[in-house]
Design a binder for this molecule. Structure first.
Ligand SMILES: [Ca+2]
Length: 326
């Protein structure tokens, strides 16, 4: 039996947890378990110019310099009520460490727009592409608006976003990726029925501790990737503690990485089927995700939502894979 490896477009706004997702994905690709088709950077945690540069540098660091990076669509949201996340991820989105990484040959000025790359790749191989969306959904919504029906051509769309039965992380009720551009999220959720949603409900349990980072790095402490991993983990741990995100545990939440657990280690997660809605008009709840919990016949569903995680196992398999990219 031949097994087709997932063909992945990574839609990302690095981001400390995005950076660990990059490293994990590149490790899986090196092992022949994934194909990285393109990276579409997103205006999100920090400005599009910075997330582009960080994406290109991370690919270069991991040995995938030739993977095309798109530049993110700017300013999807029509309201200015959610600030970026530079305070958590560093001014450059990666713990102020980007100057330590190898320069990329790709330039922001010459790059194609992320929505154009999404449209091209989805049209080229209908039903084959997996979009791993770990940022505000601005690019995906822009692609859908430019080319209606395009997102349905994806095999599936795996989204880190939302908070259902837990508090938000950017407002009392909303999670950052959805709240940064709720209109984009609404468009994607209203258009698609093949979404996989990895919400804060489970990612808030995924603390990558400094202990785990050290255990990974000690396999090859002198390597550039190991040193980057340790420094980034130290920086992210500082802000995670300051923002009280880990209940005092020294480490930080690797939200985005859980998307890869769904694809490669599904035994670490459990899901329920649901019709997910995005609140766009609430005074206090803008950007909130919800589904109907009542015992009542449902008209349909657009997503599988992760509701349970084996956090110890997920972090353990991630750590083993990360050792293979040092
Ligand atoms: Ca992200």
């Amino acid at each position: 039996m031949s097994i087709e490896v997932p063909k992945i477009i990574l839609d990302t706004d690095p981001g400390g947890d995005d950076s660990f997702t990059f490293l994990w994905l590149m490790s899986l690709a090196k092992q022949g378990l994934a194909e990285i088709v393109a990276v579409t950077s997103v205006d999100g945690n920090v400005h599009a110019q910075l997330t582009f540069a960080a994406s290109a540098k991370l690919l270069t660091l991991g040995g995938f310099a030739d993977v095309e990076v798109g530049r993110g669509i700017i300013g999807g949201s029509d309201r200015d009520d959610v600030e970026d996340a530079g305070a958590i991820h560093g001014k450059d989105g990666m713990g102020n460490l980007s100057h330590t990484l190898p320069e990329s040959i790709q330039s922001y000025e010459a790059a194609r727009s992320s929505d154009d790359i999404l449209i091209e790749k989805l049209k080229e191989s209908p039903g084959e592409m997996t979009i791993v969306a770990i940022a505000p959904l601005t690019n995906l919504a822009a692609a859908e608006q430019k080319s209606p029906g395009i997102l349905k051509l994806a095999k599936e769309i795996v989204i880190m976003g939302g908070a259902f039965a837990v508090p938000g992380n950017i407002t009392p009720e909303a999670e950052f990726n959805i709240a940064y551009d709720p209109e984009a999220a609404k468009l994607v959720f209203d258009t698609c029925d093949h979404l996989i949603v990895i919400p804060l409900d489970i990612t808030r349990k995924l603390i990558l501790t400094t202990e785990i980072a050290k255990a990974i790095a000690q396999v090859k402490p002198e390597s550039e990737v190991a040193q980057f991993m340790i420094s980034l983990c130290q920086f992210m741990t500082g802000t995670a503690l300051a923002f009280r995100e880990t209940e005092g545990t020294p480490g930080f939440l690797v939200h985005d990485a859980a998307t890869l657990a769904y694809l490669f280690y599904p035994e670490t997660l459990t899901f329920r089927r649901a019709q997910v809605w995005i609140e766009t008009r609430g005074e206090w709840t803008r950007g909130k995700t919800l589904f109907d919990r009542r015992n009542k016949a449902k008209a349909g569903a657009n997503a599988w939502v992760a509701v349970g995680v084996d956090a110890v196992n997920l972090l353990a398999v991630m750590a083993e894979d990360l050792k293979l990219i040092l």
